[in-house]
Design a protein around this ligand. Structure first.
Ligand SMILES: Cc1cc2nc3c(=O)[nH]c(=O)nc-3n(C[C@H](O)[C@H](O)[C@H](O)COP(=O)(O)O)c2cc1C
Length: 238
C-alpha cells in the first residue's frame, strides 16, 4: 500500500514531494526496494540519500556541489554509453595548464564482464566488495609531459583532478554517483593496461545509480549511512 502511494506521489510536483518526509525513513526504503522499477527506485533512493548526505553548508553553496558524494551502494541499472560519454566530455571541458588536457580515460561497462573484471582486479581489498556493483569502472590516467616539447608538466595531476571532479559533478546532474578510488595496485594496473612511457594511472572511478545501503555489507553499510563532514571555512583560510 505504501509502495503504491510512493509510486503515485512520485508524479507529484517537487513542492509536494518535499512534503513527504516519510521518505526519510529507511524502513520505508526496504518496501520501495521490492519494486521492480529500477529507475523509480534509483530516484527515490536518490531523494532519501540527499537527506543524509547533503550537507548543511555555512554559505549558499550550489545544489550540484552539495549533492555529490562518494556512494558505494550501486543499483543494477546500467549506464547508457552515450550518457557515460557525456560525463567524459564534461571532464574534457575542465581547465588545464596551457590547454594541454593531460587526461586519458578508459572504461568498462558491467555487462562486458571480462573487461569489467580486468578493471576490478586492480582494486584493493577495501574497494573490491562494493565496486563490483558499479555500472561502470573508469580508469583515469595522466600524461606527465607536454606533447609539444616532452618537458615535465608540473600541473598535469592538478588538471586531471579538475577533470575528474568535473566528471563527477556532471554525473550528479544525471543522478549518477561516482566514487574515486586511489586504493588500487599501481604496478598491476600499469602492466594490465600496458600504459606507455609518460602515462601514469591516477585513480579508478566507480559510477552507478544508487541502491539502498542495506545492499552493502559492513563496514560499508555504516559508511553509506553516515553524514559527511568538512572543516569549517575559517579552518582552511590563512
Ligand atoms: C584521490 C582520491 C582517492 C580516493 N580513494 C578512495 C578509495 O580508495 N576508497 C574509498 O572508499 N574512497 C576513496 N576516496 C573517496 C574519499 O574517501 C571521499 O571523497 C572522502 O571521504 C569525502 O567524502 P565525499 O566524497 O562523500 O564527500 C578517494 C577520494 C579521492 C579524491
Amino acid at each position: 500500500m505504501q509502495t503504491f502511494k510512493v509510486l503515485k506521489t512520485w508524479k507529484a510536483s517537487d513542492e509536494v514531494k518535499q512534503k513527504f518526509h516519510f521518505l526519510e525513513k529507511w524502513n520505508f526504503l526496504l518496501i520501495v526496494g521490492k519494486s521492480s522499477n529500477q529507475n523509480l527506485k534509483s530516484k527515490i533512493f536518490h531523494i532519501c540519500k540527499m537527506n543524509i548526505k547533503i550537507p548543511k553548508t555555512q554559505f549558499p553553496v550550489s545544489e550540484v556541489v552539495k549533492k555529490r558524494w562518494s556512494a558505494r551502494a550501486f543499483s543494477s541499472s546500467p549506464i547508457n554509453e552515450a550518457t557515460l560519454k557525456t560525463l567524459i566530455e564534461a571532464a574534457t571541458w575542465a581547465a588545464s595548464s596551457n590547454n594541454e588536457q593531460p587526461w586519458l580515460y578508459t572504461y568498462a561497462l558491467k555487462a562486458d564482464t571480462e573487461r569489467f573484471e580486468k578493471f576490478h582486479s586492480c582494486l584493493l581489498a577495501g574497494n573490491q566488495p562494493w565496486a563490483k556493483n558499479a555500472a561502470v569502472l573508469l580508469l583515469s590516467c595522466v600524461r606527465t609531459t607536454f606533447a609539444a616539447n616532452g618537458k615535465p608538466n608540473k600541473s598535469a595531476l592538478h588538471d586531471v583532478g579538475g577533470a575528474n571532479t568535473t566528471l563527477m559533478l556532471e554525473a550528479i546532474q544525471h543522478n549518477i554517483y561516482g566514487h574515486m578510488m586511489g586504493g588500487y595496485d599501481v604496478e598491476k594496473t600499469k602492466a594490465l593496461f600496458e600504459l606507455p612511457e609518460g602515462v601514469e594511472p591516477v585513480i579508478f572511478i566507480a559510477l552507478g545509480y544508487l541502491d539502498a545501503p542495506e545492499t552493502l555489507e559492513e563496514p560499508f553499510k555504516t559508511r553509506e549511512l553516515t553524514a559527511r563532514s568538512r572543516k569549517k571555512v575559517d579552518e582552511v583560510l590563512f
